[in-house]
Design a protein around this ligand. Structure first.
Ligand code: GRF
Length: 194
């Protein structure tokens, strides 16, 4: 990907709705000298998202905008992204489907992480459903975002083994650990690809 403003590092925006543990791992990775990106903007559609505090702690420009509700707010977000020369938008626990005009304006430049081996278990409560279906494996997937829920082209998946003692909570923990490792690496991979 070509850097949009000729700077040394790529600029990324992270969209969140909740606690922001993936956001944190993405920021932490960016602090290494070798990292090719900066987290320039954090946008939350929830006012009380814990991830906003993480953004503040790291002095990252952050906004609460529930933009999926209105086109006017969506355009406001697009303007913020353009003004900040955002090369890639990373959804990390962002719990809303993006409107299609928004996806069009950042076509091929929006990615998401989902806690299952897509195309299995799209949507919410993945770990609970995986356990009640007696699956032997689960995992996480990073994929491009299109206008259908959790359905864009898959970039990377990692498997996690489910033991007999596992429950939804323990699986969430195992899967999150893997998410934190792979998401920053996928971001680098996407940005470094011409
Ligand atoms: C993660 O499991 C992510 O895969 C899913 O939502 C969760 C967000 O967790 N989309 P966090 O806010 O990054 O801690």
């Amino acid at each position: 990907m070509k850097k949009s403003d000729g700077k040394l590092k790529y600029n990324i925006a992270v969209f969140i709705s909740g606690r922001g543990s993936n956001l944190k791992s993405i920021i932490k990775y960016s602090k290494q000298e070798k990292a090719c990106y900066n987290v320039r903007i954090v946008i939350s559609n929830k006012k009380k998202a814990g991830g906003l505090l993480i953004a503040k702690k790291y002095n990252i420009e952050n906004y609460f905008i529930d933009f999926t509700k209105s086109k006017r707010l969506g355009n406001k977000v697009i303007n913020i992204l353009k003004k900040n020369n955002i090369d890639l938008v990373c959804l990390a626990g962002f719990m809303k489907v993006l409107p299609s005009y928004f996806i069009k304006s950042y076509n091929g430049k929006i990615i998401n992480i989902h806690p299952s081996l897509l195309p299995k278990y799209k949507g919410l409560n993945t770990h609970k459903r995986v356990i009640s279906n007696g699956e032997k494996f689960t995992g996480c997937t990073v994929h491009f975002v299109n206008r259908y829920l959790d359905s864009g082209k898959i970039i990377l998946q990692k498997k996690v083994l489910i033991n007999r003692k596992d429950n939804a909570k323990s699986i969430e923990k195992k899967v999150l650990e893997i998410e934190h490792k792979i998401y920053p690496k996928v971001i680098v991979k996407i940005l470094s690809n011409p």
